[in-house]
Design a protein around this ligand. Structure first.
Ligand code: NAD
Length: 482
């Protein structure tokens, strides 16, 4: 299987003919190839996207009425559901994620498309009070061509939330999927063409971040970039974009804490806490990777969680176990390295899952690990590991918990488990995070809920209606009529 770029509704060979192997994370073996895009490929995609918009917003995409754009997005959502299993199979093979996770991702993608389809004809400006004799109105116009740099952990979902919102706002899109997870995105672009999106509305150029990704960040034809990925790369993209005054939305991951108080309902909390770190083998930006436990219930919680960790199984996607492999050899080495480092520092392991025998000899498998008594300043408690590794930390009181929770460079999501409603709200106001869940934890949860970080977790918001504002340029028109 050899995949090309998808530009202007056609499969396009890479400019320089170069390809990249696509590796199956369950075996470590190549099974397909994608185009290794360069600046010329990105240019071609931008030209196609600009063609869809037209020089004076008179192109075949820009002239679609809001209702027509909505109809197309609804049709796209339906087609995604129709092809849900095929998309899930592609993404599971490509990224290693369990099939059930990939199926959920396809369903969530369809939900994003439906949500944003429903927003298209409700995105409007305002009339503003001003000096006597004036009428002032604001109009939300599309930016033009938007760039989307997508990571490998949730390609379909992240495509849904960023491309879905941008199309709804009337833009044309150039997408650079991660080199480790391009296949579902390529198929999605093809499906968009099949349901009737005009040529150039959605374009996909595959390749390396340092080549195709960097070229997209630097391309003067791109008017907005949404980036999800690592903190370092996000800053690089934002710096490049800033040189030409291009706005960015950066969603950069985290080290999200859950605060478990002694009055919490443990039967309800523990399965959610477990899932928040096990989901997608911990490769989730909003994974609940730190568990702060009030000291008087600490031993009891550790004991109960350790049992659950011991029962976790990692295996190939087709076995649909708790977890698949990690996405690639680099991530595998990184996660293993951080686990070994913590062990060598004497941080105690309270519970450890297993890799099934069938999978233990090849592939990038990592068993789930629960560390206890983790020093809040250790690398284990400070760095985003992006694997199924939970750091448990005891705390004494609210002030202590907040200090530890806010004591990392990140601020994406936080969870508070308590039956005391005032405490829940009090802490929600004190926690430095873009989303706070009280008595639940939706890793990145909710198509409808604005999502994004503070501090090193990034800036700007995706998801919900809020995201649409970032994909529009607000124009104020002041009319003097006397
Ligand atoms: P990365 O940030 O390098 O890659 C994310 C995306 O950016 C990919 O599409 C990649 O091709 C692209 N990219 C890479 N270099 C680029 C550049 N110079 N210019 C433009 N685009 C570029 O992430 P990674 O190396 O795949 O993973 C490393 C770490 O990043 C992980 O361990 C994890 O901590 C974090 N991560 C976070 C998320 C998230 O959802 N926030 C997703 C993936 C990875």
């Amino acid at each position: 299987m050899e995949f090309r770029h998808f530009i202007g509704n056609t499969w396009s060979a890479p400019d320089n003919g170069a390809t990249l192997d696509v590796i199956d994370p369950s075996t470590g073996e190549p099974f397909a190839a994608i185009g290794r895009g360069n600046a010329a490929d990105i240019d071609a995609a931008v030209v196609a996207a600009r063609g869809a918009m037209g020089e004076a917003l008179d192109g075949p995409w820009a002239t679609r009425s809001p209702a027509e754009r909505a109809d197309l997005l609804f049709a796209y959502a339906a087609a995604v559901l129709e092809h849900g299993d095929e998309l899930a199979q592609l993404e599971a093979r490509d990224t290693g994620k369990a099939l059930k996770t990939a199926r959920t991702d396809a369903a969530v993608l369809a939900r994003y498309l439906r949500y944003y389809a429903g927003c298209v004809d409700k995105l409007h400006g305002e009339t503003l009070p001003y000096t006597t004799g004036f009428t002032v109105l604001t109009i939300r116009e599309p930016i033009g061509v938007t760039g989307h740099i997508i990571p490998w952990n949730y390609p379909m979902q992240i495509y849904g939330r960023s491309v879905g919102a941008s199309l709804a706002a009337g833009n044309a899109c150039v997408v650079k999927p991660a080199e480790d997870a391009s296949l579902s995105i390529l198929r999605l672009a093809e499906i968009a063409a099949e349901v009737g999106f005009p040529a150039g509305a959605i374009n996909v150029v595959t390749g390396l971040g340092s080549e195709a990704g960097a070229a997209l960040s630097a391309n003067p034809g791109i008017g907005h970039i949404s980036f999800t990925g690592s903190t370092v790369t996000g800053a690089l993209v934002a710096r490049t974009a800033a040189d030409r005054h291009c706005p960015t939305v950066l969603e950069l991951g985290g080290k999200s804490p859950q605060l478990l108080f002694d009055d919490a309902d443990l039967d309800e909390a523990l399965p959610v806490i477990l899932n928040a770190i096990v989901q997608n083998a911990g490769q989730t930006c909003s994974a609940g990777s730190r568990l702060l436990i009030q000291r008087n219930i600490y031993e009891q919680v550790i004991e109960r969680l350790a049992e659950r960790f011991a029962a976790l199984r990692s295996g190939p996607p087709a076995m649909d176990l708790d977890m698949g492999p990690l996405v690639n050899a680099k991530q595998h080495a990184r996660v293993r390295g951080l686990v070994q480092l913590a062990e060598s520092e004497g941080i105690p392991v309270a519970g450890r899952g297993k890799i099934v025998v069938e999978a233990s000899r090849s592939g990038f498998f990592q068993e789930a690990v629960l560390f206890r008594d983790v020093p809040p300043q250790s690398r284990l408690a400070q760095e985003e590991i992006f694997g199924p590794v939970l750091a448990a930390i005891p705390f004494d009181d609210e002030a202590d918990a907040v200090k530890i929770a806010n004591g990392t460079p990140y601020g994406l999501v936080a969870g508070v488990w308590t039956r005391d409603g005032s405490r829940g709200l009090r802490l929600a106001r004190k926690l430095q995070a873009g989303q706070v869940f009280i008595n639940n934890y939706g890793a990145g949860g909710g198509v409808e809920l604005p999502f994004g970080g503070v501090k090193a977790s990034g800036h700007g918001r995706e998801k919900g209606f809020e995201a649409l504002y970032g994909f529009t340029a607000l124009k104020t028109i002041a009319i003097k009529h006397g």
